[in-house]
Design a binder for this molecule. Structure first.
Ligand SMILES: [Zn+2]
Length: 202
């Protein structure tokens, strides 16, 4: 097991691309669209793009279970759902590397551990700062919260606009995509699922 892990790390090191190489790639794209990559306004653009990309995709180096491990057990018998609504989300689709922007709603049903509310948003942040599909993102958030909190149930909904849909291709500016993922009680008991859906549409 350990050997596999070490090999993985070595693999990652060998694949590492330097900032200079990434900047050169952006410069190539600037030239490819027909621009002069050396003109004043564009000279530092590759550097700025790389810096922005580091922020867009910083989720690869972070582990959400680390944040979610800081839980509180003193919930004094609270046994109903905790809902965090309208957490804003900025991610990028893996098919076009185009932004997807929207909101996430998360609910969980605690067993005996609750978590600081900001940690739910942190979990969203880490998974969204990667190349994603909305379906996978929805599942990753739900499964991670479920297992980290050992919750009785988790529900996650994402409502997002994909710029690969709104700015190119079919150009449907108003369309948004809604995905849901239910685990535990939210999956098995429709009364929980319905209450959740009512809360998030309010
Ligand atoms: Zn796309």
């Amino acid at each position: 097991m350990k050997l596999v892990k070490d090999t993985d790390q070595i693999q990652k090191k060998e694949n590492e691309v330097s900032d200079e190489k990434a900047e050169e790639a952006i410069r190539t794209i600037i030239r490819w669209i027909g621009e002069d990559s050396e003109r004043e306004g564009l000279a530092s653009t590759p550097k700025r793009v790389i810096k922005a990309f580091k922020e867009y995709f910083k989720g690869y180096t972070q582990d959400p279970s680390k944040f979610l491990s800081k839980t509180f057990t003193e919930v004094e018998g609270y046994d109903d759902m905790v809902i965090e609504k309208n957490i804003s989300i900025q991610s990028h689709c893996e098919h076009h590397m185009a932004p997807m922007l929207g909101v996430v709603h998360i609910a969980y049903l605690p067993k005996d551990k609750v978590v600081g509310l900001s940690k739910l948003a942190r979990t969203v942040e880490i998974f969204s700062k990667r190349l994603q599909t909305q379906e996978r993102l929805t599942m990753q958030i739900a499964k991670t919260i479920m297992s980290s909190l050992d919750a009785k149930g988790v529900a996650v909904t994402i409502d997002a606009a994909h710029q690969c849909m709104t700015m190119r291709g079919v150009k449907k500016e108003k369309s948004t995509t809604v995905t849901n993922y239910f685990l535990g009680k939210f999956k098995d008991d429709l009364s929980y699922q319905n209450r959740y859906l009512r809360y998030i549409t309010k």
